[in-house]
Each structure stands twice: as C-alpha cells, then as structure tokens.
Design a protein around this ligand. Sequence first.
Ligand code: ZN
Length: 404
Amino acid sequence: MKTLFNQPSETVFCKSCVLSNQKPVTIPEFLHQKDRKNASYMQVADDQVCVACKFHNVKYSTINWKKRERELLKLLDKYRSKNYYDCLVPGSGGKDSAFTAHVLKHKYGMNPLTVTWPPIMYTDYGKRNFDNWLKYGGFDNVLLTPNPSVRQKLTQLAFKNLLHPFQPFVLGQKNLAPQIAQNFGIKLIFFGENESEYGAPMEKNKLPTRSKEFFTIKKINNTFISGVSYKDLINKYKFTYHDLMPYLPIQEKSFNKKIETHYLGYYLKWIPQENYYYVVENCGFAPRPYRTDGTFLKFQSIDDKIDDIHYYAHFIKFGLGRASHDAAKEIRNKHITILEAKNLVKKYDGEFPKTYIKENLEFLELNLEQFEKIIDKFRSPHIWKKVGKNWKLRHTVNLDGYND
Ligand SMILES: [Zn+2]
C-alpha cells in the first residue's frame, strides 16, 4: 500500500513496548532535506522487539555504569577550568537540560555556560522552570531569540509543507549550540538524553560524540528549511541570508573541528522519572499543573504551547501519539506494564490538542477548518482509513484498528 513518507508499508508493533516500525528516527541528513525521502524508521526485528527496547535491556543488564562514570570523569578532567566556562549545556529549562547542567556543576565541579534557543510560545510554567533553572543552579545563560516574524513564517511553512511545525525550531536548536561554543571558545558541549533512548540505531550508542557532519554543511544551496529550498526561500519568499542564518548549520570550512559533543545519558544511567524527582528537588522544577492533551504525563516537553500541535501532527503522520511515546518510555524504565500502557494509549493517544489550540491557530494564521484540511492531507493511506465522516487507524497496538 502507498505510504506518504517512505515508511514501511506494513505496520509491525513491538511486543515489549507500544511503538511500531512507523516511528521515525531522527537522522541528521534528514533535517535539512525537502521531505522524508531518505528518512529512517525504527527497526522492529524478527523477534518483534524494537531497537529502543533492546537498547534498554542492554542499559539494565550489560553496561558497566561505574566504568562509564570513570570515562566521564576522565573527559571532564580534560576540560575542567577554574578560570572560564569549560562546557556548554543547551536547554530551555526542561527537566533534561536542568538535570544535565546541575549535575555537571554541582556533582562534578564543572563550570557550564547554558545556552537557550527559546520556545516559540512559552507556557507560563515553562518560563518559570527556565527562570528557576538559572536561579537554583546558579548559571550564566546566553539566550538567542530569533527574529519573531521570520520564525512565525518558517513555522507556518513547515506546518503546511511538512506537517512539522517544530522543524524550524529543531533546526535552530541544533545549530545554536555549536555556534555559541565556537564564539565563546568552549570545546565541550553536553546534551542530555542519548538518542538510542528514542530508537536511533544501536551502533550510535557506541559513539558518545557527534561528528562535525551533524553540525556543518558544505553547500548552503543544497539546504531546505520548512520543506522549501534555500534558493526559493531567498527568491520566492524574500528571506535574506541573515533571516535564515540561525537556522543554518555552520559552513564546514569555518567550523572548529576540536569542539566535542557528548550525551550525559551515555555516561550516566538515564531514567526520566528519577531525573524528574532530582530537578523538582534541586532546580525548582514544577510539572504542568494539569494533564497534557494526548497523554498522561505532566513533566515531559511542557515549555512550548506548540509542542501539543507537534505531537498531534506526529500522531496523524505516523499513527503514534504522545501517549504511545510516553508509555513506551515508562514501560522500558519499568514503571508500568504493557497492559497498563495499552490502556493509556487507548484512552489518550491522538486526543485533540484543545488546551492551546486557540493560540496555535492564531500563530499559524489558520482557522480550524483550514487547520484540519492540512492535517488530513498528511494522513498516509497505509495508516488511515476513512469510514463515513471519520478517520480510523488501520492498525493499533490494542488491535482495534480498521484492518486488525
Ligand atoms: Zn519496543
């Protein structure tokens, strides 16, 4: 059957968690391409267990975490400085960046500079968490707020062209850290969660650093932002190079190859729930005051109002919503059973993001009808079937889809 985004045409669910082989895996090459033609999807092996679950089995059984911590200490000793910032931690005050910066400073004696590419529409509790992050941790922070009208236009284009309103944000976030590190003469960047947690191919776990190809680009003309080529952004949409600069990677020739990027989650056993307790206790972090649309958790990705639309779009494109992703993590970290997870998916997955829909529509300059029309364009026929006036998933983890 035809697929819209080069996904596997047959849906296979992992028998350990609630995700399927339709889950996209972020690959660096994809981020600046027109569409998802070369994208990759999470592998679910013949034994029907996905790579993310396999990674977690390794995490709980075979990794020697004491040895990993010794590797971390060695790395930190190499860079630790009494006189200047010795590492850079990107973040906006979410629990992962708060945890990473706090542990590096207060447990390992580093002197991080934090850097922030701010959410498009801060929630008030997200902004409070950001302020508390700096205040409780005692951090200096570099905040780069991009030109709001450029950001609005790129987000709108990304929603219309890719149903990925978050894409320009992700690009800016990814490209900001190395640029700031380069300008401040900092050689070590720390991200939090290791990407293998999300189902990125296993071998990546052996590489705690990111190669320069991730952050640099050879030819700007080959770049796409919001699904539009650089050339069209300049000629047709009348952006200037300076408008787009924050969203573009550093040109390869001017990148300092000595900058190293690492994931703290490679060195320390990364358990979201425990990190959450840690940041509540140490960083003044507070969860969302009410349940997030589409899921059952209150502490994950809560600082940007547009996040809710982003997860909903993900559900439309891949049949996996926010509850599926949260439940899969909770299973892997042994907080809930697969049965409980399936019930949570049934109850919350794909719930309409009603809480911030008004602000989101205003921001995207769409009415609800236009919004839904765009949404429907991105329903891949191998995921969805229209029954009367309603759309029905063909396959679900609860086996109650149209074709199950
Ligand atoms: Zn799995």
